[in-house]
Design a binder for this molecule. Sequence first.
Ligand code: ADP
Ligand code: AMP
Length: 216
Amino acid sequence: MKIIMVGAPGAGKGTQAKRIAEKYGIPHVSTGDIFRKNLKEGTELGLKAKVYMDQGALVPDEITIGMLMDRIHQADCRDGYVLDGFPRNIPQAEALTKALAAGNESIDAVIDVNVPDENIMDRMSGRRTCRKCGEGFHTRFNPPAVQGICNVCGGELYMRDDDLPETVKKRLVVYHDQTQPLIDYYSKQQILKSVDGTQQMDKVFADIVDVLENLG
Ligand code: ADP
Ligand code: AMP
């Protein structure tokens, strides 16, 4: 099964993508995570991406598309994947559609996790991520058992640089401007499925599973 998650920054794409990946035994492919891993390792790609990420801007397509294509052509993606954070604009979506069509493949479902802008600031200001394993938490909505410590691996939790309010505002503008047109793009392909992302995490997941179990 090949799935795309779309939605505003902080809508819960990563949270739900992890659960989908676990339930269906497919890899969770997050372009943001790949950039952050590269940055942590100090690679050239990571340092290039950081300039854009810190501004709340999109990393250029010349870098992002090739990186994503390499990832989905790895062996573990053969039976499907859940994409989180890609595509983020129409050229990326078109590149993906074209690459899949060349192999007689296509996306099964695009899950739009719908959360209005007014909820996003709260989501982002409370987001905490584990430095070691990448697990996500929220200070209010999904707190760790011990403050500042990851439940899964005991690693240190940190707040992402790009979750500062000024950067979040810019990311929301970029989302509406460049990413939201994907809703229309995939809706025309009749593979768009919207879920209400303002509900509790478990309910959002139940709605997504319901969608995936009932694909035509
Ligand atoms: P995205 O991947 O779309 O940027 P995340 O999955 O990282 O978003 O979620 C953003 C923040 O909101 C995280 O701190 C996460 O724990 C929290 N969160 C995710 N889904 C929900 C939800 N349904 N209700 C409340 N908080 C949520
Ligand atoms: P995310 O982890 O999905 O919130 O992404 C964090 C940041 O990484 C974004 O604000 C962008 O700067 C960059 N990024 C992630 N995915 C993409 C993409 N598909 N295209 C361009 N930039 C991206």
